[in-house]
Design a protein around this ligand. Sequence first.
Ligand SMILES: Nc1ncnc2c1ncn2[C@@H]1O[C@H](COP(=O)(O)OP(=O)(O)OP(=O)(O)O)[C@@H](O)[C@H]1O
Length: 685
Amino acid sequence: MNQSTSIIEIKGIGEKTAALFQKLNIETVGDLLLHYPRTYVQFPVAKEVAEVTDGETAAVLGRVRKTPVVRRTRSMPVTVTTIGTDEAELELVWFRMPYIKSQLAPGNTYVFYGKVARKGSRLVMEQAAIYSGEAYAAMEQAFLPVYGLTGGISNNLVTKTVRSVLGREELFKEYLPREIRSRYKICEYNYAIKEIHFPENMDTLIAARNRLVFDEFFLFILNMQYHKEKRIKEANEFEFREDSFTDELIARLPYELTGAQKRALSEVKRDMRSPYVMQRLIQGDVGSGKTIIAFLAMADAAHNDYQSAIMAPTEVLARQHYETFQKLCEEFGLKIPVVLLTGSMTARQKRMAYEALQLYPNAMVVGTHALIQERAIYDNLALVITDEQHRFGVRQREIFAEKGRHPHILVMSATPIPRTLAIILYGDLDISVVDEVPAKRLPVKNCVVNTGYRNKAYAFIENEVKNGHQAYVICPLVEEVEGMETENATDYVKKLRQIFPEEIQLGLLHGQMKPAQKNKVMEAFMKNEVQVLVATTVVEVGVNVPNATVMMIENAERFGLAQLHQLRGRVGRGDAQSYCIMVNCSSAKTAERRLKILNDSNDGFRIASEDLKLRGPGDFFGIRQSGELQFALGDIYQDAAVLRDASEAVGELLAEDPDLMSGEHENLRHYLEAFLMREQNQMSL
Ligand SMILES: Nc1ncnc2c1ncn2[C@@H]1O[C@H](COP(=O)(O)OP(=O)(O)OP(=O)(O)O)[C@@H](O)[C@H]1O
């Protein structure tokens, strides 16, 4: 067995289970081990009945007072018993589990684990897990992994499967050179993998995570730098005229470009006329106006009789760009064919788009991943733009570029990272920063509130809608998840229907909807046929509806700050005053402090660095910071120091052995290949 062995070879995994694992992107043993826990539960020290309080999740040691009774109600059997004494009694209730009765002997003592709630004068624990005193003592205070799951796969099954594989030492080979490990104080790989799944204590967990985060960054940077070293600068074979074409378009825009926009555009234009092809990143905060720069660069290409293409991470965003570009061409009286190509188009529509790529040597092509599928063959591609590129990965950018003969490459990102980090993460690109927002914009007014403020917020939204504006309400979940009190969009929209008057149209948007449905809802919102859009974070990236003035975020404490900043960036995109209402449903002090950072600043770069200061090295459960730059464990803000270390280590390694040819680096080369494979597989999903 090795890391590429199919999981079907693992004892106890049949074809059916393997197919379910596939839904979690787990096909091989290696995938399984990279399926890190989402979080951990630590079973608390067991308490006496007299010590438990309303609302807590507790382990309670108690004697069963009488034989459990099974009541057959109309909908289900309910099993009830009590533990404790006359002075302090806890009622235990199980639904649909009549067999519990035979597991509990009256007079015996057990540990019951579950959530305690007050029902009238009684304290009740529902659906408690039952352990013998001995069994509980064995796991008391241990960290148990909680994995991301799918229907049919339980946490127990994943835990058991990982445990069975982890027993085999021969699976792993250390691949980081010893010198790097000792210099950066990084623990050994086998140890890290074991500890990340089954940590012994907090210290070993931190050490393990640190190692694996280092690996993620190290491989990411190594991959990028290794290829950069190999790639000689490509000669620019395109001919772009020196004329005033884009200046004339700019003069006809309904607004003045900001200084930063002008600078970025002139850098792009200069690159496209230089002896080498462009490799540039435009980094600009939310709403800083990157789209118009992309449009002008693409118009420049069309004006010089070349094709250009822009790839967006979502269908919604691709369509939005398509409509914007078509409108701009119309307004400017430009006869440039704008072509849309997305995955959800019908076969016939796609065929027509493919034909257009052959037919129009100056087409502006807008789309999603569909742009880099095999059947999309371009005739005359001189400029490729990836919007929010971190979702795509370095390899995807390369495949896109291979669609033309060394086209110019432009990447646009709204991730607010300091320049020093940007240089590490986008080491192969030149960087333009758009660090100004349009002058007429009013800063978004923020407030962080508790759930008691909801009714006021609804009244406020109603009022904004009466004044012709629109609003977003964001929930973390699509649907209810048992045992979680987090708001979900599906129920929320029903609740709002009861609250808002009939003339206010509501829409629902989430990632599990079909693309065609999503497009329909989004179009209705863009046309103001829907005034209040209840959504999950699918609206996070790039959605531009300048008429929307309220962003209400439920369970704001559950989002990373960068993500919240992106969400807030969906409002304040027009001239009207906009508002962001963050509902903090937690009483934790840290949640309050973090949200205060957002409340106090609208500047993405500042938020990122403040957040960094606030977080300690052990503070990494639950919240993922960078919604965009996705690493499995690593967080570019929180782990900025590790990122710098990894970058330094890569620099030194490649200086010493640029082709990774030395025997000591053989394993590393192998891992780099595996990393590339994974990137490619992810892309084809
Ligand atoms: N200089 C400007 N003055 C006024 N409005 C502008 C200016 N530049 C762009 N806009 C408008 O601002 C809005 C936001 O611009 P755009 O969609 O390009 O933002 P973005 O940088 O892509 O942000 P995000 O990363 O959030 O998508 C658009 O409606 C656009 O028309």
